[in-house]
Ligand binder design. Sequence first.
Ligand code: HEM
Length: 440
Amino acid sequence: MSVYTDIPYVTPPADYQFHLGTFLADAYERYGPVFRSTYFEQDVLYMIGPEANRFVLVSNRQKFSNDKGWSSIFSVSDMFGRGLLTMDGTEHSQSRKMMNPAFTVNYMNHYLPLMNRVIRDYTGYWAEVGEIDIYEEARKITFEIAAQAFAGLRSETEIAQFRELFLRILMTPRVVEPDEDFETFTREQAVKLRQLQGELHTLLLPKIEERRKNPTNDLFGLLVQARDDQGNAMPDEQLTAHANILLVAGHETSTSFISWLLYLLVQHPDYLERVLAEQDALLLPDSEPTLEDIKRMKVLDNALKETERLYPPIPNGPRGLVEDIEFNGYHIPAGTLVFYAIAASHMIGSIFPQPTQFDPDRFAAPREEDKKSPYALVGFGGGPRMCIGLNFAQIEMKALLSHLLRRYRFDLVPGQEIAQFYAATGRPLNGIRFQVSKRA
Ligand code: HEM
C-alpha cells in the first residue's frame, strides 16, 4: 500500500477553469483514477471515473462529509446556513426523508402550473425584444420559480428583495487570511454575512407563521408541518436554511444548464429538427405541456442528458474525508479534501466515445452508454444523496424548452466569445446571446 505523498500531483494549467473536464480526463488517462492537484489555491484529491464515483457516493459514503467538502472550500454554510447539501449523517437522512415526498415526479403536478405561468410571463415578449442573453433571462425565470416554490414568496417586491439579498451574499468576496492557507471570510465580512442572513430570515418568518396557522401543500408548507422520528418540528432557523439552500442549489444550476441546452440545439440543426418534430407531434403551438406530455419528450430527454454530460453545472462534488480510506492502492488519511470529478468522468473516451462531440443518440437504445457504465454520468450526483431537485429541474427545463422552441426561432448573435467557466458551479462566462424571431 502506497502512502498519500506517493499519489501523483498534477499541476493545473493557468486556464484550467475553462476546460476542467478535458484537462482532468487527460490526467486520468496518464495517472489513473486518483491524483492530487489544486483548485482555488487549495490542495484537493481528485477521484475520477465510475468506480471512484461509486466508492464516494455509495459503497464508502459514510467516510465522506458533505459539510467538510462544500463548506470548507466554497463556504456554503457560512453564506446560507446548514441545509440539505451541507448536512451529514442522521441529521441529513432525517431532513431528506421529510423533503423527499415534495420532489417525486408525480408531486411535480403541484409546481407545473407555476412553472408554465412564470415561463409564459417572462418569455411572451421575446420576439418583440429581438435579442436576448439566455443566461440572464433564464436566471430571472428559475429564480422566480424557485422563490415561489421553495420559499412561498409571492409579490414582486418580496421576490426582488430576496434576489437582492441573495446576490449580496453571493458577491461577498473571500480572501486568503494570514493564518489560513485557503480563501475564507474576514471577521468583518462574517459579521456582514450574519446580518444579511438575518434579513433573509426576517423575510421568511411571516411565511412560516402563515403556514403554521393555515397548512399548505407547497414545499415550504410541507417542511413546516414535517416531524422527525421523535415528533419534533424543525426550528425556524432550520426552515429558512433549507429554503435558502434549495434556492442556491436549484436556480444557478438550472440557469446554466438551460443556456447550454439551447446553445447545443441551435448549433445542431439536424437534432433540433427532431426535437421540433417531437414537440409538434405532442402539443399544439399555443398549448401548455402537462406532466404526461413532458414524460413523453424522449428526443428532448436525450438532449438534456448530453447537455448534462458536456456542460455539467456542478463540475466536482467536494467531500471532506472523515476516516482513512484505501483506494487504488493508496492509503488516504482522514482530513483530505476530495473531489469526485463529475465533468472529468463525462469525458472518458472509453465510456463515451468521441467525448467532446454532441451526440444525444449515445443515450438511446441500443447504445445507452450511460447505462452500460453505472455512475459514469453523474451530473446530478448519485446514490442516496443524488440531487433532490432532479425531477423539478428536468420538468422545469423541458417545460421551458418546449415553450420556447414551439414559438420562436433562435439564431446565435455572431462574433461572441462563448466559454464555460468553472468555479463552484459552471456558467457561460459572457452569457449567450440569441436573435429571437417568431417561428414560421
Ligand atoms: C440542472 C439543474 C441541477 C443540477 C445539474 C444539479 C446538480 C446536483 C448535484 C451534482 C448534486 C450532488 C452534489 C454532491 O454530491 O455533492 C446536487 C445535490 C442537490 N441538489 Fe441539485 N442540481 C440541479 C437542480 C436542483 C434543484 C432545482 C434543486 C432544488 C430543489 C436542487 C437541490 C439540491 C439539493 C438540496 C442537493 C443536496 C441533496 C443531498 O445532499 O441530499 N438541485 N444537485
